[in-house]
Unconditional design. Structure first.
Length: 84
């Protein structure tokens, strides 16, 4: 199974760029019909993870994917599952 990965460590403090990268990775997954996207906001204070989850919970984004999974073994990872 193909997977895309987005590491947000480098741009953790640039809100607009984070949204842009999240949009890009979701669009790329849909375009290439990739079932799984791994997003790495990192552990930190949890603020970046919350931002990612808020982004994914927006209505126009939420309808594009099947489900979101928070990694129970690694707090700093989120998986987005797509169904095609």
């Amino acid at each position: 199974m193909a997977k895309l990965k987005l590491d947000l460590h480098e741009i953790y403090n640039r809100g607009a760029q984070i949204d842009s990268e999240l949009n890009r990775i979701v669009e790329e997954a849909i375009e290439k019909k990739i079932n799984l996207v791994e997003i790495i906001p990192g552990k930190g204070s949890g603020q970046l993870k919350k931002k990612v989850l808020r982004f994914l919970n927006q209505g126009h984004i939420k309808k594009l994917y099947h489900r979101v999974e928070k990694d129970d073994k690694n707090f700093g990872r989120i998986f987005i599952h797509f169904k095609f």
